[in-house]
Design a protein around this ligand. Structure first.
Ligand SMILES: [Zn+2]
Ligand SMILES: [Zn+2]
Length: 384
């Protein structure tokens, strides 16, 4: 199945938001379930288009997709069971997108256009009550883990189907009855009078959660909800090179829906832990290296730590304090791409604060030599 969002909408990778919107309108009109009753393929395409639209019109999501899109292709853990595929955005509803784009009034016109039929609303309600909610979890990672990639086991608490009633919410041997509060409609209508006149407020019936029916006798284990608190250990494969705020969607690992509905998603948000000495900027690693004046003047060769093991660093003679030395390809790997960042070593020359008498003697001799040579310039320059 075509999964690429650009492909779904038939647009190029650098399409503007307006073009995305236009393409979505075309698709939504063509594949709206009201226009294609009972056509599963059309329904799927309608959903796909809405999902593509919701991602490509959100600059942040679009950027993420442009980055992670390759992942799906490469199967780096952002593929089938996770990531953006599988229709798994938090609380994602294609009909909400549709209304957002066409507007509420426009929707009425749209129904007229197709010869009426309010099935979209009905299917929406049933779909949303049966899909469980998404779970979000933060996953702290060290720079070392980010550098190599890591498989992490995390424990999550989530709602599972109640085994005692098999999700029905009814005590075994009893059945469901029409909700006495809303009389089966699932909605409560309230008339309110205000300065602006009479208003009708419609809200979801809280007694039955909009289902229109309640358990005759509630299941004693789950109290009628059909779900109980459970825990599970989940293995998350973190690819090398992720950043703070990147997230991974694990489709179908969230809370279970009511009445054995499908599960919501688990969204794992990566959090970069602070490192003792390294600082990350994009995929480059920055570190300060303190050396002595003699080393700066004469130059030196040292072994220094990187995230990828110890490497030799040549400090050339005459290195000034503040000089940045670059160790190519010793930084963090680019996410889902070849190559990696660099390690940048900033040289700081530490002057001796408590020189020994021997050092002081050498410095005095050095100063005399410098004066004789005339290289103590005492020149002035502009502060940068
Ligand atoms: Zn009710
Ligand atoms: Zn139960």
């Amino acid at each position: 199945m075509a999964r690429d969002y650009y492909e779904i909408l038939g647009i190029s990778k650098n399409a503007s938001t307006d073009e995305v919107k236009k393409a979505y309108r075309k698709m939504a009109m063509k594949y709206h379930p009201d226009k294609n009753p009972g056509d599963k393929t059309a329904e799927e395409k309608f959903k796909e288009a809405a999902e593509a639209y919701s991602v490509l019109t959100d600059p942040q999501k679009r950027q993420m997709y442009d980055q992670y899109g390759h992942a799906g292709v490469k199967g780096n853990g952002f593929g089938r069971s996770s990531g953006f595929s599988g229709g798994g955005f938090g609380g994602f509803d294609p009909f909400d997108i549709f209304r957002e784009v066409f507007g509420n009034s426009g929707f009425g016109g749209f129904e007229d256009f197709f010869g009426g039929g309010g099935s979209s609303r009905r299917s929406r309600t049933s779909a949303s009550t049966r899909t469980g909610s998404d779970l979000k979890i933060r996953l702290p990672l060290t720079l070392e883990e980010i550098n190599k990639g890591v498989t992490k086991k995390i424990k999550i608490k989530r709602l599972d189907t109640c085994k005692a009633c098999d999700g029905s919410g009814s005590k075994s041997g009893t059945s469901r009855k029409t909700c006495p509060v809303c009389h089966g409609s699932g909605e409560i209508r309230e008339m309110t009078r205000s300065l602006f006149g009479q208003m009708v407020n419609v809200r979801v019936c809280s007694n039955c959660n909009g289902e229109g029916s309640v358990a005759e006798q509630r299941c004693p284990v789950c109290g009628g909800d059909g779900r109980v608190k459970g825990a599970r250990e989940i293995s998350v494969q973190v690819p090398p090179g992720v950043s703070n705020g990147h997230y991974m969607t694990m489709t179908g690992e969230g809370n279970v829906g009511q009445r054995k509905g499908s599960r919501g998603d688990l969204i794992v948000i990566f959090e970069e832990l602070e490192h003792d000495v390294f600082i990350r900027n994009e995929d480059n690693i920055f570190v300060n290296l303190h050396i002595s004046p003699a080393e700066a003047v004469l130059g030196t060769e040292l072994e220094i730590p990187t995230l990828n093991g110890r490497v030799k660093l040549v400090v050339p003679p005459g290195t000034q304090t503040g000089k940045m030395l670059r160790l190519k390809q010793k930084g963090i790997p680019h996410l889902h791409q070849h190559g990696r960042g660099d390690q940048i070593v900033r040289i700081l020359v530490d002057l001796p604060k408590n020189p020994s008498s021997e050092e002081r003697k050498i410095y005095r001799d050095l100063l005399n030599v410098e004066k004789k040579r005339g290289c103590v310039s005492h020149r002035f320059s502009k502060i940068e």
